[in-house]
Design a protein around this ligand. Structure first.
Ligand code: PLP
Length: 383
């Protein structure tokens, strides 16, 4: 495509900014839960750039793709017949929407979350006038079930369980949470923003993991993010809810766009990431995702062994493709790694750094990185 001189100048200027960014393709980003989108995701995204799912009658084709994507999630998460889903911009929006539903359904304003919950729940507290009761973790870094029971009150609107925690990739004992919530008639939200695209496939690969989805009768809603292990372009997540009638609780009448009512937080939203995510699910299918998760897990195990070999310790044995390396001086290590162009995530709460073996990470990247980490840790006194 030919561009005029003015455009070329602008493009050049912006390219200079872009060059300052780190890229997934160069393999420098080791700590992110996002990844380089699959090729088909990029191609389709561009084709749907002008579509707006906030005005669905104008884009009925794109709307149908969205419905198909939601159907994929419903099946993946063993959702019952009356379930439905909302496409969101990611885990934060899904979590906010889930608690919005729970609050309006119950007309109560307290939620119970584990200490390992994502910081999006802090936003919820401030946005929605919700009181949060934070539950400590046990030795395995799971929510402490006994403590939950003590914290349930007549004001409890929801309990939250994490299936793939942000810091460690741990899975709370969701079957037990489900029993409690079913018996007490409390909304149970599962944050599987990361684990939603990992746990179903690890189970298919024979890993012995607890159920976390709608197979459990007490589960009310699940967050799942395609822009994490779904291998697609940001921003896209989904909130799947057990009963489509609950949408009424978060619906408003629309005055000027197509459709009489709209549910969820956003109005105007791009069909680009939706079509792109659907393209990737079509391309991979469940068996493709199973292979992808297998590849990430095998490299996780390799990385775990190599980390132990250089004399460093993990906070816990990885449940999924998330590794947390225990350090005395995580800030110093991260700073030195940054200076050498390696990006890992610092986790102050656990005095550690996080590596996530996303699809863009190869064995070569790990082999290049670990000697650098070893050298840096020697300098900081961590080895
Ligand atoms: N929930 C979990 C478990 C996460 O790990 C994250 C992000 O890493 C989120 C929610 C928030 O997702 P997002 O950044 O897409 O809003």
């Amino acid at each position: 495509m030919k561009t005029d001189n003015k455009s070329q100048k602008i493009i050049k200027e912006l390219e200079k900014f872009r060059k300052r960014d780190y890229t997934f393709s160069k393999g420098q980003i080791l700590g992110s839960m996002c990844t380089q989108p699959h090729r088909i995701s990029k191609e389709i995204y561009m084709k749907f750039l002008e579509t707006n799912l906030g005005d669905p009658a104008l884009f009925p084709g794109t709307k149908e793709i969205e419905n198909k994507l939601i159907s994929f999630y419903l099946k993946l998460l063993n959702a019952p017949k009356n379930a439905t889903g909302l496409i969101t911009s990611g885990g934060t929006e899904s979590n906010i929407t889930a608690i919005w539903i729970a609050k309006n359904l119950s007309e109560k304003n307290e939620i119970i979350i584990p200490k390992s919950a994502h910081f999006s729940f802090k936003k919820i507290e401030s946005l929605m006038n919700i009181k949060i009761k934070t539950i400590s973790l046990n030795k395995k870094y799971f929510i402490d079930i006994n403590n939950i029971k003590k914290n349930i009150s007549k004001n409890t609107a929801a309990i939250v369980g994490i299936a793939g925690s942000t810091e460690l990739g741990t899975i709370d004992p969701i079957p037990e949470l489900s029993e409690i919530c079913y018996d007490e008639n409390i909304f149970l939200h599962i944050d599987a923003a990361f684990g939603g695209f990992v746990i179903p496939f690890l189970k298919k690969l024979g890993y012995n993991l607890p159920d976390f989805d709608f197979k459990l009768k007490g589960v009310s809603s699940i967050s799942i993010d395609a822009h994490k292990m779904g291998y697609t372009a940001i921003p896209i997540g989904a909130l799947i809810i057990k009963d489509k009638n609950w949408l009424e609780k978060i619906s408003v009448k629309t005055h000027y766009v197509s459709g009489k009512k709209q549910s969820g937080i956003l109005a105007t939203r791009s069909g680009g990431p939706v079509a792109a995510a659907y393209a990737v699910t079509k391309y991979f299918g469940k068996s493709g995702y199973k292979n992808l998760v297998n590849q990430c897990m095998n490299l996780t195990k390799y990385t775990e062994k190599r980390i132990n070999d250089i004399g460093l310790k993990l906070v816990i044995k990885p449940t999924m493709n998330v590794l947390a390396i225990k350090l005395k001086n995580p800030s110093k290590v991260v700073k030195k790694l940054n200076n050498l162009d390696w990006r890992v995530n610092k986790m102050d709460r656990l005095s550690s750094i996080r590596i996530v073996i996303m699809p863009h990470i190869t064995k070569k990247i790990i082999d290049d990185f670990l000697p650098v980490l070893k050298k840096v840790c020697k300098e900081t006194g961590d080895i």
